[in-house]
Design a protein around this ligand. Structure first.
Ligand code: ADP
Ligand code: MG
Length: 229
């Protein structure tokens, strides 16, 4: 039985004003069922990252409502929003956004600290080991390859066992071996019941998702199910 976990109602996001106004997200209404793997595709500059950031509560809509389960994220105060971001949502950024002066282990520990977890060091190490990075725990991000940094970023996003994982072009900077590894990892998360939203330019990557949204000019212009979804 399906259950809605994300719901957008007439969501808009405008940057700037007057002649310099950009309608980054124009009028998006959609729902995502729990446990679905959704790929978001579309040309550059058409609102994909903005959409993901709005859903993740990293930015607020100019109009419309975004519900995560029964909570409207735009109406939460800073403390409640931080709690939702810390525990319910994991965010993987396009350029990893690791703290450069902290080790891989510390980057994951910070997320656990923000999520209020106990026994942080053990859990952080366990996550890194799970992603094959046990021997890199004390390395700074600058000493790791792109694929390894991306795995640290994913370990960090998964630290508090979020139900929803939002990923902005997570395979964009990976070589094909690292990409294949990440995709099988995402398959595992999908099988474990996580809800995955992933921006990608790569049709082969999108083919692994159950549902593919096409975004153009800040709107969803196509919404298709993949195969047996
Ligand atoms: P995509 O991820 O599809 O490449 P974005 O969501 O990053 O697109 O951007 C959509 C539009 O919003 C672009 O025109 C971009 O320049 C603009 N935009 C994004 N973020 C900001 C911002 N913080 N301030 C002003 N304009 C922005
Ligand atoms: Mg983007």
């Amino acid at each position: 039985m399906s259950e809605t976990v994300i719901k957008l109602e007439s969501v808009r996001k405008t940057y700037g004003s007057g002649a310099a106004t950009t309608n980054a997200v124009s009028d998006i209404s959609m729902t995502v069922e729990r446990g679905t793997w959704v790929a978001i595709m579309g040309p550059s500059g058409h609102g994909k990252s903005t959409l993901l950031q709005l859903i993740g509560g990293l930015d607020r809509p100019s109009a419309g409502r975004i519900m995560l389960d029964s909570a409207e994220i735009g109406s939460l105060d800073a403390t409640k929003l931080a709690a939702v971001r810390g525990t319910k949502i994991g965010f993987v950024f396009q350029f990893f956004n690791l703290m450069p002066h902290l080790t891989a282990l510390e980057n994951v520990e910070i997320a656990l600290w923000l999520g209020g977890a106990a026994k942080r060091k053990g859990r952080a190490l366990e996550l890194l080991e799970h992603f094959g990075l046990g021997d890199k725990a004390h390395h700074l991000p600058g000493m790791l390859s792109g694929g390894q940094q991306q795995r640290v970023a994913i370990a960090r996003a998964l630290a508090n066992d979020p139900e929803i994982l939002l990923m902005d072009e997570p395979t964009g900077n990976l070589d094909s071996a690292a990409e294949a590894e990440l995709l099988s990892l995402l398959d595992g998360l999908h099988q474990a019941g996580k809800t995955l939203l992933m921006v990608t330019h790569n049709p082969a990557v999108a083919a692994r998702a159950q549902r593919v949204l096409q975004v153009k000019d800040g709107r969803i212009v196509a919404d298709a199910s993949n195969g047996t979804a």
